[in-house]
Design a protein around this ligand. Sequence first.
Ligand code: SAM
Ligand code: SF4
Length: 338
Amino acid sequence: MSAAAPSSCAMMDLFGRRITYVRLSVTDRCDLRCVYCMSDDMSFLPRDQVLSIEELDRLASAFVALGVRKLRLTGGEPLVRKGIMDLFAGLSRHLASGQLRELTLTTNGTQLARHAEELARHGVRRVNVSLDTLDADRFRALTRRGTLAVVMDGIRAALDAGLKVKINAVALAGTTDREVFDLIDFTHSRGMDLTFIETMPLGDVGVDRIDQYLPLDRLRAQIETRLTLLDTPEQTGGPARYARVEETGGRIGFITPMTHNFCESCNRVRVSATGILHSCLGQEEAHDLKTPLRASPSDELLHAAIRTAIRAKPKGHDFVITRNGGPALSRHMSALGG
Ligand code: SAM
Ligand code: SF4
């Protein structure tokens, strides 16, 4: 079989999990500094270490050739990456060919107003927008610099462009518990899904994580004091579990990497903007794809490196928020995109 031929087993790991979903970080940079994600004085990678737009296209296309069906661009903030629309335009050829089923992104929404229509033109159908609060002052404090109205404009533009929008909110004590019903009302009244994410102890962010941590079972119990949650059996291959709210008809997702084990159905790997493949969010293991990518204009070495990395995907992870609030893993979420 040629190296480029799609293979049903190329992306199968040793535990029988088929890897069909890649999250590719296109930059570690961001225009915000969310308190749970980065420190205020975050230092970013030298630009020459980050893959070029052409290299990102080649890398993503290699995964597609090997059988990946869903590609999510993330960051850092993907929409602050120079040339990002060229990457979407280029990758849309895999949608047109039918090899890729979904091309999507996770964004903080600050640049969505000017890009939403073009994203839709390139075949993006759904977008995840991160938004933790509907209060402008709290938004400024949580992001250390953001303007809520700008993100609201972005969300509106995405909906107007016909994109399905899912709002991701990190569950934070003192914020989410105060706003949970407003967030449900805001999203469900506009046809958007809402997903809550438990904070993960990745990277030093300059604040104590024990103070931020809000377990989702507590949030869920709070929701159920007023609303009826009907669990849905959908499996995403990821850590999200969904429930439908009887009163609104909308969906709420709960992503609980800290308290539940979802590893046996994991269908995804993550690649950093420097071309490092991490086959498990909760383990330190890493596989360099930049070297084989740059070593040869042919994709043979790259395909071999991807196969090796997939075979080495660990069985699972074990996150713990330590007593002093220190990170269980040293890398930041922004290096990998969540
Ligand atoms: N900048 C984009 C955004 O904010 O949507 C994409 C990258 S961001 C790292 C991806 C997701 O990770 C966001 O939804 C963000 O809220 C989430 N995130 C960041 N740090 C996290 C942490 N420590 N625990 C859980 N989720 C986190
Ligand atoms: Fe930037 Fe997203 Fe991290 Fe916030 S969560 S600092 S928007 S990368």
